[in-house]
Ligand binder design. Structure first.
Ligand code: PMP
Length: 463
């Protein structure tokens, strides 16, 4: 299916891109200077190829989502078969479809592994929509429960929960808040458990205690009877692969229980094997009341997301008549059929066990090769999520003066030139390869990272 493309197809598409297409999260003036977006035309396994024939090892699994890798005809066939049988029907007004029901049951089977109460599923199409659902559902729940003042969400600075109004407001990225008058009221942002950036040199457990104390202080200043929920990604992804100290989550959970606050895990990146468990919270041994998931649920082959909801919450929802919330594509049958087939692949190929026991540890060891590099402040990973901190002075967490926040994109661009797709988030390079990645491909990721850091050093020192 990899049809050869004429040279002028590239020029034509780039011109059309500039003339008509507004890509996501982009600087449109910069794109104009660059002559248009990089157009990806095909992919296989862990390798993506652009319209100019350049192949890149995809160290990002698309956008943290293509867990089973590219080129899975089984997923295309699942969509094809379902589209012929029933391409669409909704789940409004007392209807459902077989794939939606089966997928809900399948997700429940994975959620109850850590929390027997977590067994209900609400479908949406994106991670942002899932978090919008969470936001409305939780506020509605507390109102029905007779505590209508419990409306405040506590989230973390530098968290990412999506791009919609509720998603970006729940998120803690100030540059996102600056566009569109966000956050909406009733959301409090507290300290993130970013040891390298904000607790450099500290004892991890003491640092976790300080972060948890910040949550408690905020609960007390807002008023414990006004706080509805705490939401967090088990490991912050878009914030820079912020891996919390191991003791952080159990302490957050204890705090939520102490004040009767709902615990919500945003599993959009960490779900479906990324940390070597079905869900990231399972790695940390906590029992959230609600989880949001997307991305790896269908490995990105079709858009779908879900919110897992505990029975004790559903029991309360049952007292309120209609939950007046839902999307045209909630439980889209083709997306559900693809997600079911995707979960089938993860199970059959043992991708979670492989991440936990083989490739995750292999990545961690491979990254230690970068420890001695003069630009590397820290190379860390968990499962198949990794990050490299770029510093100006070895042994510190100092960034390049006057160019803070720019080292990541500089190194990323060099990595791309050298055949590796990674992401540069401020001064951090992050990676999130497909779960099918081989040991040899992990070595290649680290080789290219090392060569690219070498190449970047004079450029960064000259900034
Ligand atoms: N939550 C988290 C943790 C995410 O990483 C993302 C996307 N990167 C979202 C929510 C939003 O998902 P979507 O882009 O599908 O709306």
């Amino acid at each position: 299916m990899n049809l050869p493309l004429k040279n002028n197809d590239s020029a034509e598409l780039k011109a059309l891109d500039l003339a008509h297409h507004l890509p996501a999260q982009a600087d449109y003036a910069l794109l104009e200077q660059l002559g248009g977006s990089r157009i990806i035309t095909h992919a296989e396994g862990c390798v993506i190829t652009d319209i100019d024939g350049k192949s890149l090892l995809d160290g990002m699994a698309g956008l943290w989502c293509v867990n089973v890798g590219y080129g899975r005809s089984e997923l295309a066939e699942a969509a094809y078969k379902q589209m012929l049988e029933l391409p669409y029907y909704n789940t409004f007004f007392k209807t459902a479809t077989a794939p939606a029901v089966r997928l809900a049951a399948k997700i429940a089977e994975k959620m109850v592994l850590s929390n027997p109460d977590l067994k209900h599923v609400f479908f949406n199409s994106s991670g942002s929509e899932a978090n919008d659902t969470v936001f409305r559902l939780v506020r509605h729940y507390w109102t029905l429960k007779g505590e209508p003042d419990r409306q405040v969400f506590i989230s973390r600075r530098n968290a990412y929960h999506g791009s919609t109004v509720a998603g970006a407001s729940l998120g803690g990225m100030t540059f996102m808040h600056a566009q569109g008058g966000l956050p909406i009221p009733g959301i409090e942002h507290v300290r993130q458990p970013y040891l390298f950036g904000e607790g450099f040199g500290q004892d991890p457990d003491a640092f976790a205690d300080a972060c948890v104390q910040d949550i408690e202080d905020r609960i007390l200043s807002v008023g414990p009877d006004k706080v509805a929920a705490f939401i967090g990604e088990p490991v912050q992804g878009a914030g820079g692969v912020v891996i919390p100290p191991q003791s952080y989550w159990p302490k957050v959970e204890a705090l939520c229980r102490k004040y009767g606050i709902l615990l919500i895990c945003d599993e959009v990146i960490c779900g479906f094997g990324r940390l070597g468990q079905w869900f990231g919270h399972q790695h940390y041994g906590v029992k959230p009341d609600i989880i949001a998931m997307a991305k790896g649920l269908s490995s990105g082959y079709l858009p779908i997301s879900a919110v897992g909801v505990s029975s004790h919450i559903v029991e309360v929802l049952k007292t309120g008549g209609d939950f007046v919330h839902g999307y045209t594509y909630s439980g889209h049958p083709a997306a559900c059929a693809v997600a079911l087939a995707n979960i089938g692949i993860i199970e059959r190929e043992g991708l979670i066990e492989r991440t936990r026991e083989v490739t995750g540890p292999y990545l961690a060891t491979a990254l230690t090769r970068l420890d001695g590099h003069p630009l590397v402040g820290e190379a860390r990973s968990i499962g198949l999520l990794g990050a490299v901190e770029i510093v100006s002075e070895k042994g510190t967490n100092l960034r390049f003066k006057g160019a803070e926040g720019h080292a990541g994109p500089v190194v990323r661009d060099i990595c791309i030139k050298n055949g590796l797709m990674v992401r540069g988030i401020r001064d951090t390079i992050v990676m999130c390869p497909p779960l099918i990645i081989t040991e040899a491909e992990i070595d290649r990721i680290v080789d290219i990272l090392e060569a690219s850091l070498n190449e970047a050093e004079p450029v960064l020192r000259a900034l």
